[in-house]
Design a binder for this molecule. Structure first.
Ligand code: PEP
Ligand code: MN
Length: 361
């Protein structure tokens, strides 16, 4: 792949002509419009051959090879951070976005109660799995479509955005109908058929790092999604397997600055799975935020000891609220802030709009 850097003064017609020439040669163009200039990635090209050919076109400033194996995900291709806009929430900017909620969707009442407390504490996105990739086939596998309907009802009742997992290419269309962010679980990081399908979806994707996934592999998996046309990808550090058994996984703090350096994609930290024990979730959250995470995804349950999954790493609403207070102060110290809470429902939706009252469990 090479990148064609257009001059700041390049006209729309000149950019259009470059794109036309790329397609005419049977190559693929990926456009990145920065504040100052437009950059065009040419996939399938041979860098030494293409240099003079593209440089001769009008409006082109220079042509450079992308040396990283992940091309579209790299900072070489796009120097500015990617901002993912969902409603009035922006992920990847100065505001750190907090996603919180239980591991699994259990009931409407459980989701609504959790949503209200995490929203009051500063979360803008509600998490909850309807399709659960459990280690044991005998464990609770999620409520499936019913879980998605509960999420949609709670979204309507609270205004929170929804992030939930999708496990197979066949599920993408269904889950995308209900969710604002499609989560790829750690166990599916290298499910290439799923990544391909998500590349053709129109929704932002939260891509979790595989349990033994290297940073480079995570970026190559993001590249699968980007190369199929979906540029709205967040990278999620959720802990990796090491020889250490004191914690469920080892949260790789290093991954946060490394990913920020190598890629323009927003980086989200999942301290809950990263450490696996609620006692340590606060410390790892604070560290991840200080290290530069653009988002946090944290498991919170109204009654952790009775949670259907991951209760041992779920925070109580009280502990979560206290942690958010600390996070606000850390964010301020590093020149950021926690994304402001969404407006309360009464200002946002007319009462008849909420499906909360209609939902029958
Ligand atoms: C989850 O988010 O509940 C989950 C299963 O995460 P992971 O894929 O990171 O294990
Ligand atoms: Mn979980």
């Amino acid at each position: 792949m090479v990148i064609i850097v257009m001059r700041p003064t390049a006209t729309a017609a000149q950019i259009g002509e470059v794109l036309r020439r790329i397609e005419a040669e049977g190559l693929h163009a990926h456009l990145s419009r920065g504040e100052e200039r437009t950059i065009i990635g040419v996939i399938g090209d041979d860098p030494p051959k293409s240099k003079q050919r593209w440089e001769a076109l009008e409006g082109v400033e220079k042509v450079m090879p992308v040396t990283q194996p992940f091309k579209l995900a790299s900072r070489e291709f796009k120097a500015e951070k990617t901002l993912i806009e969902i409603g009035n929430v922006i992920i990847g900017g100065d505001e750190v976005v907090v996603m919180a909620g239980p591991c699994s969707v259990e009931s409407y009442e459980q989701m609504l109660a959790t949503a209200q407390v995490v929203k009051a504490a500063g979360a803008t996105v509600l998490r909850g799995g309807a399709f659960k990739p459990r280690t044991s086939p005998y464990d609770f596998q999620g409520l499936g479509k019913e879980g998605l309907e509960i999420l949609a009802a709670v979204r309507a009742a609270t205004g929170l955005l929804i992030v939930t997992e999708v496990m197979s290419p066949e599920q993408v269309e269904l889950v995308a109908r209900y969710a604002d962010i499609l989560q790829v679980g750690a166990r599916n990081m290298q499910n290439y058929a799923l990544l391909h399908a998500l590349g053709e979806a129109q929704k932002p994707v939260l891509l979790k790092r595989g349990i033994s996934g290297m940073i480079k592999e995570l970026l190559m998996c993001a590249e699968y999604i980007l190369s199929h046309g979906n540029y709205q990808v967040m990278l999620c550090e959720r802990g990796i397997r090491t020889y250490e058994t004191a914690t469920r996984n080892t949260f790789d703090l290093n991954a946060i600055p490394v990913l920020q350096h190598l890629s323009h994609l927003p980086v989200v930290a999942d301290p809950s799975h990263g450490v696996g024990k609620w006692e340590y979730v606060g410390a790892v959250t604070r560290g991840a935020l200080a290290a530069g995470a653009d988002g946090l995804i944290i498991e919170v349950h109204p009654d952790p000891s009775n949670a259907w999954s991951d209760g041992q790493q779920s925070l109580t609403p009280e502990d979560f609220a206290q942690l958010m207070g600390q996070c606000r102060r850390i964010a301020e110290a590093i020149g950021r802030c926690i994304a402001p809470a969404l407006p309360s429902l009464s200002q946002e939706l007319p009462p008849s709009n909420g499906r909360a009252g209609d939902y029958q469990t």
